[in-house]
Design a binder for this molecule. Structure first.
Ligand SMILES: *Cc1c(COP(=O)(O)O)cnc(C)c1O
Length: 394
């Protein structure tokens, strides 16, 4: 069989790598340089003509970063990609390159916290307005589009509530009106959801999570048409200098090698943990897109190949102390933000609010998010079982 450019194994193991240029080493080198020299004035002149395809200065294009860039573009079946020093930097650049004063953005409600900050605290200073709306009802969501809407921002699924949006319907509506669509695709990764195939213009993912996979580096990715990536490269990417550093790109490349194997394992373990949670008296309701109880189950099945890793559940509790006791008692799950690494994590919603504001009647206050990592399923299930035993029955 001849490998082709769309083959997952080809992309991850071969694409973009030219071993003959680095002593036939299997692992690509970390080209830790700020600068590149030229042999002749003519060579330099030619490089300046296309800065996005030339090694001139590492705030622009760097060879180690470029290997990762080619692979991540191909994974999304996109023409091109840009890699940033964090997911938030990628979100920032993708948004800023596509709005000007007087424009309006329609965003799903509850996007990532620093996306909200960019909208509310930064863009508002430059005369850009944002409307947040529930994206689960497509028609209602799109009714918030205004004459001056230039960007629709999606996050499907988002974290905590795992709400999803109908990507095909929203992309086709936006295309007819010349509105640019952008999605935060961190939950699924390009392995399990490919928004460009649904017509979305700009796909962002936080490489910090699954691509890195080892909780040791940050990174962010934008993919889209070459024209769109060039527009972002020539303005925000070069002006802010938020491109990823070679060492961090190398760590992400290493993480990428095992991405399919890790996601596969996380998927299997997530199923086992779900089965366990469903049998617990203390669990009021689970939020998981590929569970039949999920309100948008059919759409989730249609546009996401898999749901895995992140899930939330409402714990039955009479007071905040019970939730604290449950979380504090975890020995294998670590209490932390973020996700996508080797280690399983737990975070309760009540950690983000004043204790005095806790109201057991509000289910959101009783929400707990789990991230399932690479540990053995029984290791994790025993931990949860002990946690539930520790707070007893209601
Ligand atoms: C973590 C995260 C981000 C931000 O990524 P950083 O690398 O931490 O800047 C953005 N969106 C989602 C959905 C995330 O989970």
């Amino acid at each position: 069989m001849k490998p082709n450019n769309e083959d997952l194994s080809y992309i991850i193991n071969h694409l973009g790598e030219d071993h003959s240029t680095y002593f036939n080493a299997i692992a690509p080198p970390i080209i830790q340089t700020s600068n590149f020299r030229f042999e002749t004035v003519e060579d330099m002149r030619n490089a300046f003509k296309d800065e996005m395809a030339s090694y001139i200065y590492s705030r622009g294009i760097n060879p180690t970063v470029d290997i990762l860039r080619k692979k991540l573009a191909a994974l999304d079946s996109a023409e091109d990609a840009l890699i940033f020093n964090s997911g938030s930097a990628a979100v920032f650049a993708g948004i800023f390159a596509n709005v000007k004063s007087g424009d309006h953005i329609l965003s799903v409600h509850h996007p990532y916290s620093w996306t909200i900050h960019t909208f509310d605290q930064i863009l508002s200073r430059f005369g850009v307005t944002v409307t947040y709306a529930d994206g689960t009802d497509t028609e209602k969501f799109l009714s918030h589009v205004q004459q001056n809407t230039t960007l629709i921002f999606l996050e499907s699924p988002n974290s905590w509530f795992l709400d999803i949006q109908d990507l095909t319907a929203i992309a086709s509506f936006a295309k007819q009106r010349g509105i640019i669509t952008m999605i935060d695709n961190t939950y699924c990764t390009p392995l399990y959801q490919r928004p460009i195939e649904h017509g979305i213009d700009i796909v962002m993912q936080t490489a910090t999570k699954y691509i890195g996979g080892h909780s040791d580096t940050l990174g962010g990715v934008l993919t889209g048409s070459h024209q769109m990536m060039q527009r972002i490269f020539k303005s925000e990417y070069l002006a802010v200098g938020s491109g990823i550093q070679p060492m961090n790109a190398w760590l992400l490349l290493r993480g990428l090698r095992t991405l399919p194997a890790r996601l596969d394992r996380i998927d299997h373990t997530t199923q086992k943990v779900l089965e366990f949670l469903k049998k617990q008296d203390r669990v009021e309701r689970i939020i998981f897109p590929h569970d039949p109880s999920f309100p948008q189950y059919d759409l989730a099945k249609k546009q996401m190949k898999k749901a895995f890793g992140l899930l939330s559940f409402y714990i039955k509790a009479q007071n905040v102390e019970e939730i604290e006791k449950f979380c504090n008692g975890m020995k294998c799950f670590r209490m932390a933000v973020s996700w996508g690494g080797h280690e399983s994590l737990i975070i309760p919603k009540c950690a983000g609010m004043a204790k005095a504001d806790f109201n057991p009647k509000d289910p959101v206050h009783r929400l707990i998010r789990l991230y399932i990592g690479l540990e053995e399923a029984d290791f994790l299930i025993n931990d949860l079982a002990e946690g539930f035993n520790g707070i007893g029955s209601l």
